[in-house]
Design a protein around this ligand. Structure first.
Ligand code: SAM
Length: 237
């Protein structure tokens, strides 16, 4: 007898994140110190659900890749980390296009608080889009989850890019006039990983100007002489 084809999933809350679009979000958690929160929705908006969570430094977030759910999945995927040309099995990947669209990230627990009647769990090191539906939270258990002899051979052969990031005078002035104290660090951490499509990443002088939104800032940047140059940060209307 085949299994039922669908199980109901109810989001327990949603992510509030500085990342307003998928482009330039780090490929995994902890690759940038991006802070956000899980905002709990009823009936999970209950202090009892969080009792004892402060005793854990890190948490697993299980969530839905909600922006890609309608695009479905394929048995093999192009892995951007591997240059984008080699296809690997979906179950050998952390692709966002997968059966059931479930993602998982280990994040830092920055504490729970109640704001205007809503409980939120503040978290650090997120790789999640603003508005991502969270389907569960579980404590990270170092005695079991920390696999010290784990290996990832394919990825070892393809280290993350590490480009220098610089700011024009205009961008520096715009940075000092905006309110997000961690924005400069976030830009450096995310753009140093060169989020351009894999086929562009070998270009040290790229004629294209790229754009990404962190918080409420529209950040324009280019790659010149092998370095990322941030040219402006305009406030999004
Ligand atoms: N750590 C998770 C995992 O392994 O399941 C996510 C890894 S996935 C490769 C990370 C990428 O997912 C990010 O770079 C971002 O572009 C994308 N992403 C984040 N939140 C998303 C969402 N709600 N819907 C679709 N894509 C999302």
């Amino acid at each position: 007898m085949s299994e039922p084809s669908a199980f109901g999933l109810t989001p327990i809350g949603h992510i509030a994140s500085p990342f307003k679009q998928k482009f330039a979000i780090p490929r995994q958690p902890a690759l940038a110190n991006a802070r956000g929160s899980v905002r709990l929705t009823p009936p999970f908006n209950d202090a009892n659900c969080l009792r004892g969570i402060e005793t854990y430094s890190h948490l697993w977030l299980l969530f839905l890749f909600h922006e890609n759910l309608e695009k479905g999945w394929t048995p093999t995927v192009r892995a951007p980390r591997l240059g984008g040309n080699n296809r690997i099995g979906v179950f050998a990947s952390r692709s966002t296009f997968r059966p059931n669209g479930i993602g998982m990230s280990v994040v830092k627990n920055l504490g729970a608080e109640q704001l205007n009647g809503q409980w939120q769990l503040n978290v650090g090191g997120i790789d999640l889009l603003n508005g991502t539906p969270v389907i569960d939270i579980k404590p990270y258990l170092p005695y079991s989850d920390n696999v010290t002899d784990a290996e990832a051979h394919l990825l070892d052969e393809h280290p993350l890019p590490a480009r220098e990031v610089h700011f024009t005078k205009q961008a520096t002035a715009q940075l000092s006039a905006q309110p997000h104290s961690d924005l400069q660090a976030l830009i450096i951490q995310c753009l140093s990983q060169d989020p351009r499509p894999a086929y562009r990443q070998s270009q040290d002088n790229d004629p294209k100007t790229y754009q990404v939104i962190f918080y409420d800032r529209d950040i324009q940047w280019v790659v010149q002489n092998g370095k990322v140059l941030v040219t402006s940060l305009e406030q999004v209307c």
